[in-house]
Design a protein around this ligand. Structure first.
Ligand code: AMP
Length: 283
C-alpha cells in the first residue's frame, strides 16, 4: 500500500496503471474510517484492479459554525484499516495541496437547495468541487459512495451526467450497527444516553416503511409518525423530515413511485442524518 500526499505524484502513478489497462476504483472519504467506509473499499477491490482511498477533511464543505476543527481524525488507525482492506493507494493531501490557489466552484442547481442544502447552504458546492478535483486527479473507472449520504450521491450522479464525466458512480447500501444506528464518524461525539436517543432515527424510518407497506401513501402521515417517535427523545431536535422523489429530490404528497424518506436530527450538538429508500414494489 502506498501513501501519497502529493497530487503530481499520485497522478503519475495512476496514469501509468491506466496506460497498462488497469481499472481504478476510488473511495473518497474524510477519514476516521468505520465499516461503512470499508464496505465501499471492499466493493471497489472486488470490482477493480486497483483501489484508491482518499482521506481529506474538506474545509469547503463545512459551514462557519460547523465541526471542522473538531472533526475526528486518526491517520494511523485509518492506514492500518486501509491496509487490511487491501487498498493500493491512500491519497492524503493537506489543505494547501488541494486549495493552494483556486477560483472555481462546481455548483449543481435544484438538487442542492433542499434537505441538507437548506441548513447547510454552502455544503454541496464544497462537495461537488472537491469531488471534481479528486476525479480529475484519480481518473477512476468507478467511484463508490454510500447511500447514507443519499442527497450527496444523487447530486454527484447528476454532476457526472451533466458534465459528461467518464466515471461510473456506484451507490452502496447503508452499513448499520446491529441495533440499527447508521455508522458515522460523528457517532463518536454521542454520549451513552444520546446514543440511545439516536436510535430513534433508524427506528422511525423502519416504522415509516412498515406504514407504507400497510398501504399508507400520504406523506403527511408518514412524517407525523416519524416526528412523534423522534420527539419523545429529550435531546433530539429535528432539522428536517422529508419524503421526496428518488430522482428529483422534490417533496411529494403521495408515494406513487420510488421515493426516499430522509431525516436530519440534532442529538445534543451532533447532527445526524439517515434515510430509507422506498422501492417501486412497496409504493
Ligand atoms: P465521509 O467520510 O463521512 O465523507 O464518508 C465517505 C463515504 O462513506 C461517503 O460516500 C459516505 O456516504 C460513505 N459512508 C459513510 N457512512 C456510511 C455508512 N454507514 N454506510 C455506507 N456508507 C457510508
Amino acid at each position: 500500500m502506498r501513501v501519497i500526499r502529493n497530487i503530481t505524484e499520485l497522478k503519475s502513478e495512476l496514469r501509468n496503471l491506466e496506460r497498462s489497462g488497469k481499472t481504478i476504483g476510488f473511495v473518497p472519504t474524510m477519514g476516521y474510517l468505520h465499516q461503512g467506509h470499508t464496505s465501499l473499499l471492499d466493493r471497489s477491490n472486488y470490482e477493480n484492479d486497483i483501489s484508491v482511498l482518499s482521506i481529506f477533511v474538506n474545509p469547503t464543505q463545512f459551514g462557519a459554525n460547523e465541526d471542522l476543527s473538531k472533526y475526528p481524525r486518526d491517520e494511523k488507525r485509518d492506514l492500518e484499516l486501509a491496509k487490511t482492506h487491501n487498498v493500493d493507494f491512500v491519497f492524503i493531501p493537506d489543505v494547501e495541496e488541494m486549495y493552494s490557489s483556486y477560483l472555481t466552484t462546481v455548483h449543481v442547481k435544484e438538487l442542492t437547495s433542499g434537505l441538507c442544502g437548506k441548513s447547510r447552504p454552502t455544503h454541496f458546492d464544497g462537495v461537488t468541487t472537491v469531488v471534481t478535483k479528486l476525479f480529475n486527479i484519480v481518473r477512476p473507472t468507478k467511484a463508490y459512495f454510500g447511500q447514507k449520504d443519499i442527497q450527496q450521491l444523487q447530486v454527484i450522479r447528476r454532476m457526472v451526467s451533466d458534465l459528461d464525466m467518464d466515471v461510473v458512480i456506484v451507490g452502496c447500501e447503508i452499513v448499520r450497527e446491529s441495533d440499527g444506528l447508521a455508522l458515522s464518524s460523528r457517532n463518536v461525539y454521542l454520549t451513552k444516553e444520546q446514543r440511545v436517543q439516536a436510535l430513534s432515527l433508524s427506528n422511525s424510518l423502519r416504522e415509516a416503511k412498515l406504514l407504507v407497506e400497510s398501504g399508507v401513501k400520504d406523506t403527511k402521515k408518514i412524517k407525523s409518525l416519524i416526528n412523534d417517535i423522534i420527539s419523545k427523545n429529550q435531546e433530539a431536535r429535528i432539522d428536517y423530515i422529508e419524503v421526496v422523489d428518488f430522482e428529483t429530490l422534490k417533496d411529494i404528497d403521495l408515494i406513487e413511485n420510488r421515493a426516499i424518506v430522509l431525516l436530519a436530527v440534532f442529538v445534543g450538538k451532533t447532527r445526524l442524518i439517515d434515510n430509507i429508500i422506498l422501492e417501486e414494489e412497496i409504493c
